[in-house]
Design a protein around this ligand. Structure first.
Ligand code: CA
Ligand code: CA
Ligand code: CA
Ligand code: CA
Length: 429
């Protein structure tokens, strides 16, 4: 959750709770479970489902009513949060960058609920989250599951890799701009949702973007760094299992000066994450090549010679190339996932130039591709065939290499022309 603005006592009240990109083939990142893996790291395209709650007055007195101006302010602030987050990955390979899709649910209109959320303790969120999700068609017994199903549905609709929901609660008339138990902004780690209010204690609407940016840090696996949150430096979090090294709480629970200073995203909502937070979000590129570690895993090519005839100069290769996922060391109970896809298949003959060819299904872009290469009429003598695959962030697979000796008499040039024509023929879907 976000640190309280102003006074330390309020901090103590606030206990811790815990697309420009290509669409994922089949609707899901490789290895991902629809409900379990919704925001494992801050890479790829993310549906940010924004739900504003409006009290109907049926169960509680309606003390808050959204105005058009307020909603406009929220949109402006969320745009700033998105710009900040996308900026964190701007230096990465285009197919590795974070791409947040602001998805204003219900046509941007507030969703009706019977309670007045801000007048209740935040731990009664099941009342209004459950009803809002039911209104959007999700009625699983557990209200958290309703959000997970909703997130996945939105991911499929928007063709994003990931998905989470941001609930925005109106507190314009509330005396302290906090829920009845002192809470005001919090998120579930790795999703499925975050909650903010309009003013968030003393932060105010003009700084909503900072509060939203902080809560998104939790969505992508980050821990709080302020002392009252109780997350010491020895805690680890995120897909990479990064240490909470900039925490104000030392290993023995003592208060310490944070290593990289107190003005950081997960400490006081400053728009500058500590280096530790970045690792928790999955934003580490150890070799500095623009491909973050989580995606810097080469695809794996397997295969062999499926047939050959030296007298005809005939050589057939058959194989499979598939992406590989970085291990989810921080959350072993969740899946190893990647957003990488196979982007190119290449072969070369006798050390010549690498030449692209199509997979068996006619188009690259899946997590795995079947390969077939058929040579006919290779000329007399020894030949070396090499094959490899590239993924969407330009990782090269292992290279498979095969030697072949042809008995076809010279000249073989005519035969090579035939080969080229075969290779470029695209199967029809
Ligand atoms: Ca109302
Ligand atoms: Ca209140
Ligand atoms: Ca790298
Ligand atoms: Ca394919």
């Amino acid at each position: 959750m976000a640190r309280a603005a102003g006074c330390v006592l309020l901090c103590l009240l606030a206990a811790s709770v815990t697309h420009a990109a290509l669409p994922p083939p089949g609707g899901l990142p490789y290895g991902a479970d629809p409900l379990l893996d919704q925001t494992p790291f801050a890479l790829g395209s993310v549906a940010m489902n924004i739900v504003l709650l409006e009290s109907s007055g049926l169960a509680d007195a309606s003390t808050e009513n959204w105005t058009i101006d307020q909603i406009q302010n929220i949109r402006q602030q969320i745009d700033l949060s998105i710009a900040f987050w996308e900026g964190l990955t701007a230096g990465y390979h285009p197919n590795a960058r974070l791409d947040l899709v602001a998805n204003y649910v219900n046509g941007g209109n507030p969703v009706l609920v019977d309670v007045e959320p801000i007048s209740r303790p935040s731990d009664q969120q099941n009342l209004w989250i459950g009803q809002a999700m039911a209104g959007l068609g999700h009625t699983q017994p557990d209200y958290m599951d309703r959000v997970r199903y909703f997130n996945h549905e939105q991911r499929l609709t928007l063709q994003t890799h990931w998905s989470f929901t941001l609930f925005v609660v109106n507190d314009a008339n509330d005396a302290d701009h906090r829920f009845a138990n002192g809470m005001f902004a919090y998120a579930e780690k790795h999703g499925p949702f975050a909650v903010v209010t309009y003013n968030n204690d003393g932060w105010g609407i003009d700084r909503l973007h900072r509060v939203v940016a902080h809560e998104m840090g939790h969505i992508f696996g980050g821990l709080d760094e302020y002392y009252a949150a109780g997350q010491p430096t020895i805690f680890r979090s995120g897909y990479l299992g990064g240490l909470n090294g900039n925490s104000e709480m030392g290993p023995l629970g003592q208060r310490i000066t944070p290593r990289e200073g107190p003005h950081k995203l997960m400490l006081d909502n400053t728009l500058e994450p500590s280096s530790y937070s970045l690792v928790q979000f999955g934003l580490r590129d150890a070799d500095g090549d623009g491909v973050p570690d989580i995606l810097d895993v080469p695809p794996i090519l397997t295969g062999g010679i499926a047939g050959s005839d030296p007298d005809l100069g005939l050589l057939n290769f058959s194989g499979l190339v598939k992406v590989a996922a970085y291990p989810n060391v921080g959350n072993p109970s969740e899946n190893d996932v990647t957003i990488n896809t196979i982007a190119a298949l290449l072969y070369r003959l006798d050390g010549g130039p690498w030449t692209a060819f199509d997979p068996v299904d006619g188009a690259v872009g899946d997590y795995e591709e079947m390969l077939q290469l058929n040579f006919n009429g290779l000329g007399w003598g020894q030949h070396v065939l090499e094959i490899m695959g590239l993924d969407s962030v330009d990782n090269a697979s292992n290279v498979l290499s095969f030697s072949f000796t042809s008995n076809v008499p010279e000249p073989g040039a005519a035969g090579l022309l035939v080969v080229f024509a075969l290779l470029r023929r695209r199967p029809r879907a």
